[in-house]
Each structure stands twice: as structure tokens, then as C-alpha cells.
Design a protein around this ligand. Sequence first.
Ligand SMILES: Cc1cc2nc3c(=O)[nH]c(=O)nc-3n(C[C@H](O)[C@H](O)[C@H](O)COP(=O)(O)OP(=O)(O)OC[C@H]3O[C@@H](n4cnc5c(N)ncnc54)[C@H](O)[C@@H]3O)c2cc1C
Ligand code: FES
Length: 487
Amino acid sequence: MVITVDGQPVEVQRGVSVAAAVSAAKGYTRRSVCGEARGPLCGMGICFECRVTIDGHAQQRSCQIPAAAGMQIATEVVIERPAASVGHGRRAADVVVVGAGPAGLAAATAVVRGGQRAILIDDNPAVGGQIWRAGGVPVAPSIELHCQTRVVDQPAPGVLRAENPDGIIDFSYRKLVLATGARERFLPFPGWTLPRVLGAGGLQAMVKAGLPIAGKRVVVAGTGPLLPLVAAYLRQHGAKIIAIAEQQQAPLLMKFLSALPPKKILELMKMAPALAGVPVWSSTWPAEAYAGGVTLNRWGKLKKIACDYVACGFHLIPNTELARMLGCAMQNGCVVVNERQETNVADVYCAGEPTGVGGVELAEAEGAIAGTAAAGQGPSKKLLKQRERYRRFADRLDEVCALRPELRDLPRADTVVCRCEDVTYGQLTAQPDTRAAKLLTRCGMGPCQARVCGPACEFLLGWSAPAVRPPVFPARVAAFSASASRE
Ligand SMILES: Cc1cc2nc3c(=O)[nH]c(=O)nc-3n(C[C@H](O)[C@H](O)[C@H](O)COP(=O)(O)OP(=O)(O)OC[C@H]3O[C@@H](n4cnc5c(N)ncnc54)[C@H](O)[C@@H]3O)c2cc1C
Ligand code: FES
């Protein structure tokens, strides 16, 4: 099929995302406030670097939108005339689950098995969360599913407001399960804003969404188990992996590997052939990216490497904005839950990565426990045992992915930290805290709402997490001024 990008016809395959199509055609998706070319970073709807104008609608996150025949796409920002009115729907269920990744799917399935009505909401075009985002995940027909729908606010107790392409929907619930997952942590280094530098999971998501990678040279860098997973995936799709650069020291990596649960050892063994011959360098991290390559800091020495893509992420951080907006208690950046996955807020449960990053098995166990509890039943001993086992794995993951202090020297004074507003590290070091930086530099005030620069500032500058205010994602003004026009 054919779409139009900045007036030029472009042939694309069915199922390709707009971000993948535009990146392949133009090499970038937007210009920053200072005029730099930018491309997708996260591939999952968090960073807003992929936003384009589609059929006259401005600020669309193109990584979340499948390309359709005849689409007119512009990388230039247009001023969109606000719609006079938008649709306003209302839905209700016993249990509403936000997030259709492994945790949310397990929760919604447990709810309907318990004889209750469940609504499952996700921002992505399909269910599956980050790990199964290529699609094809079965959903029980009794679950009411709302994809491309993102929860942005709580207008009244027991009601969540969400935005979808048609307008807004208010979801009423008796019980709520938050399963909002995690995102990659990004650290700024010189050149990290170049369009060919993406998150590790970000590049994987873009390839799953149709970005051609065959024959491309890729350096995978950062920290965490996602790096080898991504490298194996990209290689299986024809990429040439030049190296995996892991910031952690070798002894800690070996300690982590030697204590893996049997299921993870099996996964590692399955992945090994795809990584045969790929150098894995410990104590190595990106010092600078430039057009056509990256300089790595390897054991204190700088090494220049030519490549087409740098895929760089520093493990994962929980998506807790919605939980924090609802008043859920937090500890060490994670939502606090009891044995039944209940938060301190009445009738609100939380499962999966927002309670701590621990992988798909932990997410599924927590989701099933939360859904069972929300349906008014007790979880099985088997589920509780699975959760315990993988919580121990999560603790070891935290240890092996701890960032080393040298990474605080990654940015230079002129390195952009806040990509939405082009605020540099030098501008931020002149500020005492998050609040002053927001007021005086606009750091964290752009559409990603500090999801990218906030965690970076926490690590680099020791600042606290920025406060959360509704809407938790940018939403159309028209959507909020709409009166009920459709049920
Ligand atoms: C980029 C990335 C790539 C990954 N790739 C792999 C991999 O290849 N292999 C692997 O083993 N593990 C991978 N992981 C880890 C894996 O995602 C987790 O181990 C596990 O799947 C987490 O499940 P979850 O249900 O907690 O969260 P997720 O799978 O992240 O699902 C959370 C869902 O919540 C939705 N959501 C969040 N906020 C809102 C909102 N306000 N409104 C509506 N929907 C919302 C998101 O769109 C998302 O679909 C990856 C993680 C990331 C971040
Ligand atoms: S790449 Fe689309 S929002 Fe980050």
C-alpha cells in the first residue's frame, strides 16, 4: 500500500507502524525546539520523539499507529484547529484493568474466571505489553477490550477517564487493577539525540513494527538482561551485532548468571546460538554517538566503532504515574502492595513491573493474584510460590543492574537532557532541584512529562521524582471540554 510522507509517496507493507515507515523513508520523524532532527527513542509511546502530523491531526505518536493506505503524514508541526466536540462514552465493569501486558492479561483472565465482568484497557494498538507486542495474543471473549486507549485522569472516585482516537471514555469500576508495566531508563550522553540512537527495547519494538534491520550494523549498549535479548532478536532478523556493551563489571555478571532460575537458564541456552560470536564487553558504555558510529568507553579506554544503529538502554523503571496520581504509597520507586497485591488505596490493586521489575513470570503471577483477589477469591499456593521465587530473581536483577557512579560523567555541559524542551545538562546543574529546573528551564514540561529526563535527573543530580498531576499523559483539550455526546 502507499502512504504519503511530506508530500512524497512511500510504499509500505501492511502492519508497519507509521514511525517505522517514516524513519525508513526520511531517517527522522520530527524537529526539536532547537531544530535538531529526532527519531523514535522508546518505540512504545513514552518519549513522544516520534510525533508527526497524520491526516491533519498534529502530535500523533507514530510508533503507536499502524500505517493505513492513503495516510498523509507530515514531519512538520501543524497547528490543528480544536474539534468543536468529541465523543464521550461511558463503560462500567466489576473490575477495570489498566495495561494489557502479561500482568494485566493474567489479571483480567482471573477476574472473568471468578465470574466477574472485566474491562481491559491499553494504550498500545494490540494486547501483549512490551514482550508480546508483535501481536497474536489470545484474549478471553468475555473480557471487554479497549486498545489504543490511554488512561489520563480520575475525574471522580471509582471512575477513570481515558482518551482514544474517537474521544474520551469514562470507565466506572468497583475494583481497579493497575498493570502499567515499565519503560527503559535512558541516560544522556553526547550524541544520544541522533535519530539512529534508540533504546535497546526501542529498536526491538521498531523492528517488530516493521523497521527494516537486515544488514544493518548495531551496537547494543547499556545494562540489563534486555541487551542480549534484543541483540539475539535483531540478529535473527538479519542485523549484524558489532558488540554488546554492558556497564556492569564481569564478576557481578557471573554471580547473577550462576544463580539464574532453571527457566531462565533454559531461555539463555535457547538464545545462545543467535549470539554465537558476538563480543560481550563488560565495564563498557557509550561515551559519544556520532553520525555513522559510536565511541565506547571500554575499561577506561575510548574505542570508536562504525555502526548504523546504537541501541542503548539502562535497564527498566516502573511506570508508576497513574498509581501515584491515585495516591498509592511508594517505596524505592515501586508501588507498595500486600500479599493480595492490594495497594494502600481502597479497591486498587497493582501487579507486574510497577511493583518492581522482575520479568514476565513475576508479572503473570502477580497479575493472576491481583485478578483473583479483585474477584473476591483467594490465590492458589502454586501462584504464591511462583511469585516468591521470581521476587528473589527480581532482587538479584536490581543488584546486577545497579548503575555505576562513573555513568554520572556521561553528559557534557552541552548535552541535551530534556529532549522535549532541549534543556542541556549545563542548564540543569545550575538549578537546585526538580521544581526550580521545571520553573526556570522547562525541563520535564514537554509531552513526555519527564518520563525520559526525570529518571535521568534522579540518577545524575540526585533530584526527587517530579510530582504527578493529571492528565498523566497529554490529552486533547477538546476531549476534556466535551459534553456527553455518545454513549
Ligand atoms: C521496551 C521493553 C522491551 C522488552 N522486551 C522484552 C523481551 O524481549 N523479552 C522479555 O523477556 N522481556 C522484555 N521486556 C520486559 C517485559 O516487558 C516484562 O518482563 C513483562 O512483560 C512485564 O509485564 P507487565 O504486564 O508488567 O508490563 P508491560 O508488558 O509493560 O505492559 C504494560 C502495559 O500497560 C500499558 N499502559 C501503561 N500505562 C497506561 C495507561 N495510562 N493507559 C493505558 N495503558 C497503559 C502499556 O501500553 C503496556 O502495554 C521488555 C520491557 C520493555 C520496557
Ligand atoms: S518512539 Fe513513539 S513515543 Fe517514543
